[in-house]
Design a protein around this ligand. Structure first.
Ligand code: AMP
Length: 224
């Protein structure tokens, strides 16, 4: 099977993190989530975390150079036999151009998870996560068995600071302005696919799996 990089494109709340975790496991991709990496840096209080904290809490984008360094490092060190699944990167055209260079010969494809705005709001305001094992819940759609407690490990669930309504509005604005133009960038390279992300986690997972199979087939045909 050819090695490749797949970008999950989509607004905050589209389910990129949830899907990427599962796709990474089932298809053996190295999952790179810039949001998760940055949150871990903030948690540890590193120099990078200190630089990123306020920007993230305001729903703005962390400087391209910082994020590019993170992704470049992961691409170089990932054994990536099967390839990489990028979740939350690139977020603008500068980052997309950077990725073209950093990926080298690795083919890059984008799969856009499309979700309606009203649905996004519910997903984001209802989102909770377990700081211990990383499980994600939603108080409306997939609540834990006991309110506020992780089913898997019993830890107290948390809400991201940037999942407050006013910050969500800003993140969506930044997405429309800076990230959505990437649709044109990848479409013009014939490296663009879409899935309907309004359905449940399982249905979206099936659709994403089908797109990945389609990409694999096209790469195999091209290499013959
Ligand atoms: P996410 O978990 O992908 O929603 O990311 C959370 C926050 O981390 C974003 O709102 C940004 O502040 C920051 N962030 C994550 N990925 C990037 C990126 N590729 N470029 C700039 N900022 C990012």
């Amino acid at each position: 099977m050819t090695s490749l990089a797949i970008i999950l494109l989509g607004p905050p709340g589209a389910g990129k993190g949830t899907q990427a975790k599962r796709l990474g496991r089932e298809f053996d991709f190295v999952h790179i989530s810039t949001g998760d990496i940055l949150r871990a840096e903030v948690q540890k209080g590193t120099a990078l975390g200190k630089q990123a904290k306020e920007i993230m809490e305001a729903g703005e984008l962390v400087p391209d150079s910082l994020v590019a360094e993170i992704v470049g490092g992961r691409l170089r060190s990932g054994n990536g036999k099967r390839g990489f699944l990028l979740d939350g990167f690139p977020r603008n055209l500068v980052q997309a151009e950077y990725l073209e260079g950093a990926a080298g010969d690795l083919p890059v494809f984008a799969i856009h998870i499309q979700v309606e705005e009203e649905q996004l709001f519910k997903r984001l305001t209802g989102r909770r996560h377990c700081p211990n094992c990383g499980r994600i819940y939603n108080v409306y759609f997939s609540p834990p068995e006991r309110e506020g407690i992780c089913n898997a490990c019993g830890s107290a669930l948390m809400q991201r600071k940037d999942d407050q309504p006013e910050v969500i509005r800003e993140r969506l604005r930044v997405y429309r302005e800076q990230t959505e133009p990437l649709v044109g960038f990848y479409a013009s390279r014939d490296a663009y696919f879409e899935v309907d992300g309004n359905e449940g986690v399982e249905a979206v997972f099936e659709e994403l799996s089908a797109r990945i199979a389609q990409i694999d087939q096209s790469l195999e045909r091209a290499s013959r």
